[in-house]
Ligand binder design. Sequence first.
Ligand code: PLP
Length: 761
Amino acid sequence: MKNTTELTQIYLDANATTPVLPEAAAAALSAMENLFGNPSSSHITGLKAKNLMEQTRLRAQTLLGSGEGKIIFTSGATEGIQTSILSALIAAKSRMSADKNYSVLYGATEHKAVPESLKHWLTVLDIKAEVTAIPVDQFGLLDHDFIRQHAPSALMICTMAVNNETGVFQNLKSLEATIRSANSDIFWMVDCVQALGKTELDLKTTTIDYAPFSGHKLYAPKGIGFVYIRDSAPFTPFIAGGGQESGLRSGTENLPGLAALNVIFEMLLSQEGSPFSSSAQLTQYRQQIADTLTECFSDIVFNNSFEHSVATTINFAVPSFSSKEIMDLFDAANIRVSSGSACSSKVTRSFVLDAMGLPAWQSEAAIRMSFGPAITQAEVDTACARIKTASQALTQSCMILDDSSDISDRTDLDGLLQLRSGASCTWVFVDSLSKQALIIDPLPELKQRLETLLECQQLTLVAAIDTHGHADHVSGREALASRYLAEQESDHLGWPVTENRVQHLAQQLQVISIGTKQLLRLPTPGHTSDSISLLLCSAPSASNHTAEHTQYAFCGDTILMGSLGRTNFESSSSVALFNSLKLIRDSISSTALICASHDYNNEFTTSLKAEINRNDLLKGVLSNQLSMDDFQQRKAHLDTHLNDEVGTEIMCGALIGNCDKFKIKEYDAFSLAAAMKQDENVCIIDIREPHEYALNHSTQSSLNVPLTRLVQFIQEHQNQKNRQWVLVCRSGSRSMIAAQAMHRLGFEQVSHLKGGYALSS
Ligand code: PLP
């Protein structure tokens, strides 16, 4: 590896977990080697261990101002949350009366451990109570009116001191006033995991009943945590057994973890020599990072209000970039951040930002940068320098426009590019010699990216064409056309008015030119009455186009991968589709690449040959074995079984073909090195995006073929299907799907590096 990977990583994901500080690691090691006694043993080794444990407890009590309350050591915060909820609900159950309705309340932005544990224990304890989320405002602050209204009939209320995705803190004093004035007896748990070391806590001056904490969020190892229990709060042990922790939490104690925690507490308590920065210093660090981000991504939006957040968390989104793209970019620049979103169905979005009512794109594109209080000025400086390098790589690959940077260092784009938003595709064809571009099925979500590309590459747009009037989304065509093609006369799909025609089979087809290529317009009604297929062809030496000339067929929704376009819209006709499918068969070769306007299954592209192998209905039509009547019947039946939505998208065709993925051969770093030694024809393809590749790539990987260019690569290497291609990426997931796509199209020797660079560097 070269470039940035040679440098150490900059870890900006402290809210997920932190490294163990060297002093804490040394204390843990020493506990394993020397203070290894069982604190329950009465010999000297045991007594020493017990002493360490009690010293740690004392420090925790001092740090948290726990007064008469108990501090019990646990395995982490999730256990502390169980302990608290179980204890509170058992006590609350005994107070319930049969004729009343009850609820349990939790903040809508709470860590999932809280609502999930509430539901779990309500079921286990057979308590009938509604689990109700307390709404938050746009800053993530809890709705006090809602609490006032609902707390009187609630058994328990769970809130958090500091949010893990946004760093937003609640004003615990004013929250307490609201809660207690509404219900003085309600059991109150405050998840303090993200507050430790970042805000002052003086628990004895509050009426908080339970407060779970975790060691691994503040430089101690995983597997150690603690929970505060107010002296008057009911308690039921979550783990029974040997009676450790005065019978409150059984199980032999985690001495190494405790030893590490002890050192962290000592650092937090001592002003002098502590590696932890003051909150004023941390605020400065946040500003420096936020300023750098703003300088690099001028349209960045911060999802958290700094006024309401601890200084160690920044949550942001960059318009027209998905969180995955930014994550991949930063990972390549050796900065670790998190996507700040949870994966639900096919769409990744943050339920925390959703609860705050932020626009969907901000939630989908959210990136969380979080650092611990032990971060240094040098680390912040390096992080900022790397953010700048990363954004320069984006500029060079024409993902962002920066007027001040040098155009000459940009790589000229040539050929076909597949861009996507969700499962929908936009196709861009560029002829680098003439600097002309063609855009097919432009999606509105990609407007900015397309404009940046055209301007950065200094391209002339020849046409922006839709393959049909899309039912599932608004086209982005008009916006592009009004900006770049104002002078052009075209039909409603954007096909330019032209007198030029070529002979294609028995028909005269309208044609436009792009560089040395020709784009033929083939009417293929069926899915909609206005559906067309666009055939991108090499110009024939004679005047006749034959099927062999077509390199790419943009068939819209007529032939989808593993499916055929639905024909149950008002302007649909399955009879017309039947004829259009035959027309396409006669117009292109069986291996010409079909570029559809949707890719529901990460297959990128297909061909008639590949589709016939798995789609009986299509096979029946193309082999003339299925009559039009039979086709109509089977198609109507299929459309009634259409799975209407994929995530938030409408399905444009029912999946009928086998979309099962082939099990691809996998290498690890060692077996790959061995294979390369044995066969020098093994060719490694790095399939990350060019900006990731530019930021760090192995000297071994000779080729960079990003996923956006995979279809062109497949087209250009149709005659090298037997070659040993090994695909690699960051984590092994992109390489896997790309390898499966290639294998389906006949690249039988394709394999990938399992775990990607992440596991082999
Ligand atoms: N609560 C919050 C706010 C958290 O951030 C986390 C960890 O992500 C937890 C609870 C769970 O903590 P642990 O990993 O110690 O079980």
